[in-house]
Design a protein around this ligand. Structure first.
Ligand code: ZN
Ligand code: FE
Ligand code: FE
Length: 164
């Protein structure tokens, strides 16, 4: 029996499962990063982004519904690796003034992964005519970009200076 060819529809569905897995993983990681952060500003940024991440999961639930699929996660090795690196930062820099700089770098790697995924999903949704999904994916994309920018601002303002 020959394997059925994968379509853009299948790819969209698969990538939706990938980012669903990633968002759940991030939901679990952010409280640990918040707890580890030395600066109150960074801690607050992590806590607030955790709340946003709950919305991200909910929007994905809606997109799954739009394609008549149940919400489902598919293991994403990329986010597992990125989150593992953040755990190493917490462990290795526990008592270092550079801890927050490391946490910032790790968190930005997470945001960049998400930005890449949501950018792709939004484009594919438009190509597939899933016009109700486009604004939902776009809203999350914008929130990930804002989160990334906020981290950059915090890094530039003080944390990297304190580390040095
Ligand atoms: Zn997210
Ligand atoms: Fe992935
Ligand atoms: Fe995010």
């Amino acid at each position: 029996m020959s394997k059925k060819e994968m379509t853009l529809n299948d790819l969209f569905h698969d990538t939706l499962k990938d980012i669903y897995f990633a968002e759940k993983k991030i939901l679990a990681a952010l409280p640990k990063m918040a707890k580890a952060a030395r600066s109150a500003e960074l801690r607050t940024a992590f806590e607030e982004h955790r709340l946003q991440t709950e919305d991200h999961v909910q929007r994905l639930d809606e997109v799954f519904q739009m394609i008549d699929a149940k919400s489902q996660a598919k293991t994403c090795e990329a986010i597992i690796g990125i989150v593992k690196e953040s755990e190493e930062v917490i462990k290795d820099l526990k008592d270092s003034p550079a801890l927050d700089a490391g946490l910032l770098a790790a968190a930005q790697a997470v945001e960049h992964y998400e930005i890449s995924r949501y950018g792709t999903l939004r484009t594919w949704a438009a190509q597939l005519g899933l016009l109700d999904a486009v604004p939902l994916l776009n809203q999350t994309l914008e929130e990930e970009k804002e989160a990334d920018k906020r981290l950059t601002d915090i890094a530039v303002a003080d944390i990297n200076q304190e580390a040095a």
